[in-house]
Design a protein. Sequence first.
Length: 348
Amino acid sequence: MPSLNRSDLDPAVRGGIITAEQADRLVQFFGEPPTIVIEHEKPRFTFVHVLYYLGGMIAIGAMSLFMTLGWNALGGWGGFVTAICYGALALGLTHKLLEKRLPIPAGIMATLAVVMAPLAIFGAQMALGYWGEGKSYRDYHVFIDWRWIMMELGTLAAGSVLLWRYRFPFMLMPVAVTLWYMSMDLVPFFNNGDYNWDLRKLVSLYFGLAMTLIAFWVDVRSRKSGDYAFWLYLFGVMTFWCGLSSMNSDSELNKLIYCGINIAMVLLSAILGRRVFAVFGGLGIAGYLGHLSYRVFKDSLLFPFALSLIGLAIIWLGVIWQRHEAEWSVKLRGCLPKELRELVEARS
């Protein structure tokens, strides 16, 4: 008789024919011991999943954004030990939830463990006299300071190890946020504590571009599994776009190039199936059109009509594309490398 895998019985468990315990016993009876498998259940907009993420974000926010000054009453080592215990508890709950085959809340608990890393490092630094007595942890999420770098590097290290161990896509959320923070703190770090606005914009631009390219690489690598690239795309594109949009130029050609980059982002969103490119690209296009309306053609009677014709032409282009979408999509995808073609098909 061929060996029986636990995955073979999952449809029967979901259909209510047998229970999960009965499935494990059957697998054990036929020679394969039950194992804990991290399943990549796709998050859906259901009441249960909303409760999962709402509760998870409240718990995560309580230990990060909404941390009160009362935490300082624990002292440096008290805060460090509390954060370590809190993280250990989160990992313990992760294992319990995995045993019950609840991957989404398990992933949220593993993410909470990652969030405890900067808090533990902050407590240790306080105990060692790195910070002044009146320093509050919540300043980490408010103020730009090159001294946060050690906390950020520690968070990235802890996140990488735990992600390697558990492989939950949601765990990349604090990693992406940390990279975003780091893009702001690197300028004073490399500039002797001085905050140079022009340098800040350049660092944001290139750091965001690098994070977006990493997200694309992760997207290609994980095209057949969970969506590990979502949070990297979100904060990478946001960092890149904010740096790009904050750059001032008196050249209309540069502004036109800016609009072209935003149009390319909208088109890229359709190719990769990532709405974040369309959101920020659309904001950039709207900003450029506003510039034309209020500055370049502010006294022109024909500009609104010409802009309307452009909008109608784009709609008509969409109609034509819809008529030939299947045929053109096959031809265009045929020109792509195998990995990119599989990614596009998986995200479509």
